[in-house]
Design a protein around this ligand. Structure first.
Ligand code: SF4
Length: 386
């Protein structure tokens, strides 16, 4: 198969396809104003919040504590349907479910819900059960990483705050209803590692993070410590994230410790070099006291050489070893038809050993979702090709 021409970086999202305003787009003070626009007293805003954020429900017609005469108006003005379920696929005995959503303008996005801590028979293990949702923050992505299905499709548009929040609400509702093995439960973690570069859609993502982490009923009540925002290294935005004062975990997709390789693997590196990105990650850790996660997709014969593990350790250790960083190695989940593939097990093991020898905390991410085209963007790419 001939190589594709390199994609170009795209920062400005096309303005088309803006979704209708939704209740989940609004901060608490804006909600009161929105209900008064409908001729309702301000206390109704709290009721709507309780239904949406605590009850995890989206249909005002079913909310019997609202005046019947106003339910239709409320639905039309504040709760337009945003996500239409297309299909889902599951694996790991039903403990991993990837859902494909169609947005109001036909664009497709994915979210992946994963349940951990189950025994083989699907019953809760002795250490308790935890649930994580991987959300999309953009339809497509403009960061052009050549090994990524989403990057291959380019950037279609930014998601609105509510389109992000509603992925989380929908997953929380699925868990509350006992839709995954292990019985009814709560969502503990949200990771912005689905489609898109979250920090390229900064304002919508930050408003979504506020809605996700605000206590019920103003928000979904998920701890900021349970939220991870990933980035390929938009340095000014990492600083802005630290300024926001919400102690989310920052995950930086480094994928190479040297500029020569990273320029080709993660094209944003042509703007923000490895040293600049690692410095920004270090400052984030210093300011927030949150350990930063360095994400490193291990790609066979591309970035998995032992000397690159030594180099990575050196780059990180040169900023100090006070526990500011942790490396998360990700066996690459290959895109169909791609030349990029996962490292040999022995190369992966040597990479881990080298980092550990240099006293860099390291884990290898489990490859949940591998059987279901689990890497970001692959389900949507398959659907578009139908
Ligand atoms: S790897 Fe992440 S940042 Fe890179 S193109 Fe894919 S979705 Fe975008």
């Amino acid at each position: 198969m001939p190589d594709r021409p390199p994609l170009t970086l795209t920062f400005a999202a096309p303005r088309r396809g803006k979704p209708p305003r939704h209740f989940a787009d609004l901060a608490p003070d804006e909600r009161a104003a929105a209900v008064s626009e409908l001729g309702l007293p301000a206390f109704r805003a709290k009721q709507l919040s309780a239904h949406y954020y605590s009850g995890l429900s989206v249909d005002p017609l079913a909310w019997t504590d609202l005046p019947v005469a106003h339910r239709e108006d409320i639905r039309e003005a504040l709760f337009p349907p945003l996500l239409t379920y297309v299909r889902d696929v599951s694996c790991d005995g039903g403990a991993t479910v990837k859902t494909l959503w169609r947005l109001h303008d036909g664009t497709l996005v994915e979210s992946v819900l994963m349940r951990y801590g189950l025994r083989r028979d699907g019953t809760p293990g002795s250490h308790g059960v935890r649930s994580t949702l991987c959300v999309s923050s953009q339809a497509g992505c403009g960061m052009a990483c050549p090994f990524c299905a989403t990057g291959q499709g380019g950037l279609q548009r930014n998601l609105s705050t509510a389109e992000i929040v509603d992925q989380v609400r929908a997953a929380a509702a699925t868990l509350a209803a006992g839709g995954l093995p292990g019985g009814p439960g709560r969502l503990n973690n949200v990771v912005f590692m689905g489609m898109g570069e979250p920090l390229a859609n900064f304002n919508a993502v930050m408003r979504a993070v506020r809605a996700i982490t605000s206590p019920e009923p103003d928000g979904l009540g998920i701890s900021a410590r349970g939220v991870t925002v990933s980035t390929v290294g938009l340095v000014p935005r990492i600083e802005q994230l630290a300024d926001a004062g919400i102690p989310v975990t920052l995950a930086v997709s480094l994928h190479a410790p040297d500029d020569e390789l990273r320029d080709t693997l993660v094209p944003i590196n042509t703007r923000h070099k490895v040293d600049e990105v690692v410095d920004a990650a270090w400052r984030y850790a210093e300011r927030t006291k949150r350990r930063v996660s360095i994400e490193y997709a291990l790609i066979k014969d591309v970035n998995d050489q032992a000397w690159r593990a030594d180099r990575l350790a050196k780059v990180l250790q040169s900023r100090g070893d006070w526990g500011w960083v942790h490396v998360n190695l990700i066996p690459l989940n290959p895109t169909p038809g791609s030349k990029w593939t996962a490292s040999r097990p022995e190369d992966e093991a040597e990479f881990v050993r080298r980092l550990a020898d240099h006293r860099v905390p390291v884990t290898v991410r489990d490859t949940r979702g591998r059987e279901i085209d689990g890497a970001c963007g692959q389900l949507a790419a398959t659907e578009r090709a139908r």
